[in-house]
Design a protein around this ligand. Structure first.
Ligand code: AHG
Ligand code: MN
Ligand code: MN
Ligand code: MN
Length: 343
């Protein structure tokens, strides 16, 4: 039977990657478990008000607060549970960690266990869910250090360069899975009739230059001087030192903003500001910045804290926050120069 040359399923793509020695069979199976969980989350998100899953978790007057200090949405909690349940019997993990859980959770001894550590932001952009704007799931895969019987937070504290896979699923007009296993960044679109992800872009490439930036401008007065100068020069347009007019987009769902940048270029930034400087930034290193940075670098872009390559940051704790600049390589390097020249 000649293999169909039209639709390449996620399964076929992963088997081809395995045959080329890019991934091990257990990593292929882990990615498929995560993809199936994302399909379940997509269905729950898609039901909206009809699914009884909008609004805040917890009871009236008593919000459910996560380790980040955020009031959880019902879908934050549900998405987290979907990923936990899918991986409990998946058989490929030693432990997992989530934005929504204080500490890493070890796969119990009597469950099938494997050699990977999975980190995820089960629902990214959850402040948008009640107003029907795209949200997503972000995940990162690390190898569990050898012969660790009871993995804990410390075993997750590996730099982004140690990731063996990273990806996100964006629940937008279409549901798309964007994935890297270290050999390019590839996009799959969910075929709802078949119930499977189909390869729609092999080898996403971010244009090196851009005229589009994504930042929450309401924080401008709280930024460091370097960020003030960098954005001030952007806003000066072609009359200013940048010599070109820029456009702005800010969805407030990192997954949606990063997907746009992977698709047509741009720079995304959540810099340090006076409100979050004491925490090191707003976005989380282990399950937002690192997986997104691997995807962006694999698509020819760049990702930085503003002063250091993101993937080389040495983590010190599981829910560590960092300033983020990522996207079109030349633009990120320009932003970094503004910071380093003013230090
Ligand atoms: P999460 O919903 O997982 O907590 O992440 C939200 C993050 C990120 O998705 C987005 O880029 C950023 O928060 C938006 O921050 P502001 O609401 O301050 O713009
Ligand atoms: Mn959150
Ligand atoms: Mn998030
Ligand atoms: Mn989240």
């Amino acid at each position: 039977m000649s293999p169909s040359t039209s639709a390449v399923s996620l399964t076929r793509f992963l088997i081809e990657a395995e045959r080329e020695g890019q991934i091990q069979p257990d990593l292929r199976l882990l990615i498929e478990v995560v993809a199936r969980a994302c399909k379940s989350i997509s269905i729950a998100v898609g039901k909206g008000a009809l699914g009884g899953v909008l609004g805040d978790a917890g009871t009236p007057g008593e919000a459910s607060i996560n380790v980040q200090g955020e009031a959880q949405k019902k879908l934050d909690v549900l998405s987290n549970e979907i990923l936990l349940e899918a991986n409990a019997w998946g058989g490929h993990l030693a432990a997992l960690a989530s934005e929504e859980m204080d500490h890493a959770v070890m796969i119990p001894q009597d469950y099938p266990r494997g050699r990977y550590l999975l980190l995820f932001d089960p629902l990214d952009g959850s402040s948008n869910i009640d107003v029907n704007i795209s949200v997503g799931t972000i995940f990162s895969v690390l190898a569990c250090p050898q012969d660790i019987d009871s993995p804990c937070d410390e075993h997750f504290l590996q730099p982004g360069t140690a990731q063996v896979a990273a990806g996100y699923c964006t629940y937008g007009p279409s549901t798309m899975l964007v994935l890297t296993v270290g050999h390019g960044t590839h996009a799959f679109t969910l075929d709802r009739e078949v119930g499977g992800f189909v390869l729609t872009t092999r080898g996403m490439r971010i244009p090196e230059d851009t005229k589009e930036f994504a930042v929450n401008m309401s924080n401008q007065r709280h930024w460091e001087p370097a960020m003030q100068s960098y954005v001030g020069d952007l806003l000066a347009g072609k009359e200013g030192p940048r010599g070109k007019d820029f456009n702005m987009r800010w969805v407030a769902s990192m997954v949606a903003d990063v997907h746009r940048i992977l698709t047509r270029g741009g720079i995304f930034s959540y810099p340090l500001d006076a409100k979050c400087a004491d925490k090191g930034g707003k976005l989380r290193l282990m399950y937002e910045a690192n997986p997104m940075s691997m995807l962006v670098e694999q698509a020819g872009g760049a990702a930085s804290t503003g002063r250091q390559r993101m993937l080389e940051v040495r983590p010190t704790h599981l829910h560590q926050r960092v300033p983020v600049f990522l996207g079109s390589r030349n633009e990120v390097e320009m932003a970094v120069r503004y910071h380093l020249e003013r230090d």
